[in-house]
Write a protein that binds this ligand. Structure first.
Ligand SMILES: Nc1nc2c(c(=O)[nH]1)N[C@H]1C(S)=C(S)[C@@H](COP(=O)(O)O)O[C@H]1N2
Ligand SMILES: [Mo]
Length: 400
């Protein structure tokens, strides 16, 4: 039997500094500063999350939440770039405005008008480009995320395509520029504006989500509407979406031309973002294949008669072909059982019954392979911003 008592009392830790002993799921590979500074906080509408920064709020989901394919709204991670985040009052009277030099006309949608469009629903992983940055070797600066800057939800709303069509798309359109309600508090900070190539904006699965797991979006996850770009890292998933510009020109701002970029050609790209490529760097786009063991957690005591390893695997929409688990630090691997697929953009849960194990410590590892034969590399492909870290997770448990 698994010992779960280490998890009991998480709520009692709220507001206190955590140590490795009180937050066992924090990987020992995280930089010392992160392990001592991170602590659980409970903000309105959320269960306790790991706080990496306060203003703006950057809150990570504890690993235990990834035992199911759907991440509950109140455990979903939170990432903001700018301290000027909207409260409910500021969002009162919210509208989504669409226009631009490559739009036929300007239009505005309230919630009712969005609901009147044909609706679609998709289960998709929302993962920060910098998920696992804190585990990168060598270490890189930035928000030092562990494993939980991600989540998977059922998103519901109209297709972005139908919203854009209401404004009319001129033939010269190349990019769709995106803007949310949040804003910098200092004039010197660039506003968080992003863009998408027209083809990605018109794709079937790109939607303006007005609900998440059957409920309105939590305030911190983009209420009342956010963009969903399944398969791509969530930097493009604009929250509190308020302005869309159909543009004949590529956007030129810090968050596109300087941030969220990877060395040209370093990672596989299914649908390139050519209007933003330069000779050295490309904007980050599709996620790389990855997997996570969510049970047991690091440091847990497990029974030598055997236990079940459970977790999730995902990629950018090719689908998960297999998940292999090692119980001996990577010397031997066994195929895990994959549960039913909830769609090609969703978390795929897996399980493996270990059978009897010798007493002592065991190092578990996990590695997923996609239907396009992509697998997780042994070494992280070093890039300055710490993106796409999909080195197989390692965790040590004590077999008693
Ligand atoms: N308005 C707005 N949308 C945003 C961001 C932001 O700072 N402001 N950050 C983006 C990034 S980088 C990520 S990782 C996701 C995080 O989504 P979440 O906070 O719902 O988990 O939101 C994206 N959308
Ligand atoms: Mo992100």
């Amino acid at each position: 039997m698994l010992r779960r008592d280490v998890l009991v009392g998480v709520g009692a830790l709220v507001g206190h500094k955590a140590s490795a002993a009180t937050m066992p799921w924090l990987s020992p590979d995280l930089p010392d500063g992160t392990r001592t500074e991170a602590h659980l906080v409970q903000v309105p509408g959320k269960q306790p999350l790991i706080q990496l920064s306060d203003r703006p709020p950057n809150l990570e989901t504890p690993v235990q939440a990834f035992r199911t394919a759907i991440t509950p709204n109140d455990q979903f991670f939170v990432r903001y770039h700018l301290a000027g985040i909207p409260d409910a009052k500021k969002l009162d009277g919210w509208k989504l405005e669409i226009g631009g030099d490559a739009a036929e006309r300007s239009v505005a949608f309230g919630m009712q008008q969005l609901n009147d469009l044909p609706q679609t629903e998709i289960i998709a992983v929302c993962q920060c480009s910098g998920n696992r940055r804190g585990l990168c070797q060598p270490h890189v600066p930035g928000v030092e995320w562990g494993y939980g800057a991600m989540g998977c939800a059922t998103w519901h709303g109209p297709m972005l395509r139908d919203v854009l069509k209401s404004a009319g798309i001129k033939p010269e359109a190349v990019e769709i520029w995106l803007n949310g309600v949040d804003e910098p508090v200092l004039a010197a900070t660039p506003a968080f504006h992003k863009s998408l190539p027209l083809a990605r904006a018109l794709a079937d699965e790109t939607i303006v989500a007005t609900s998440m797991n059957g409920a309105p979006l939590p305030l911190l996850n983009g209420f009342p509407a956010r963009l969903i770009v399944p398969g791509w890292t969530s930097t493009y998933w604009m929250k509190h979406l308020s302005n869309i510009t159909i543009s004949s020109k590529p956007i030129d701002n810090f968050w596109m031309t300087k941030a969220y970029r990877v060395p040209a050609g370093m990672f596989p790209v299914a649908d390139p973002f050519t209007t933003q490529n330069n000779a050295q760097t490309w904007p980050i786009t599709g996620m790389v294949v990855n997997s996570l063991i969510a049970s047991p957690i690091a440091g847990e005591q497990v029974d030598r008669s055997g236990f079940t390893i459970r977790g999730v695997a995902w990629d950018r929409g090719n689908g998960i072909a297999r998940v292999d688990v090692s119980l001996d630090g990577g010397n031997s691997w066994q195929g895990a059982l994959l549960d039913r697929e909830l769609g090609r953009f969703a978390f795929r849960t897996f399980r493996l019954a270990t059978g009897p194990l010798p007493r002592g410590t065991a190092e578990l590892r996990v590695r997923a392979t996609s239907d396009s034969k992509e697998t997780q590399p042994d070494a992280w492909k070093v890039n300055p911003a710490g993106y796409h870290n999909n080195v197989p997770q390692r965790l040590t448990v004590t077999v008693v």
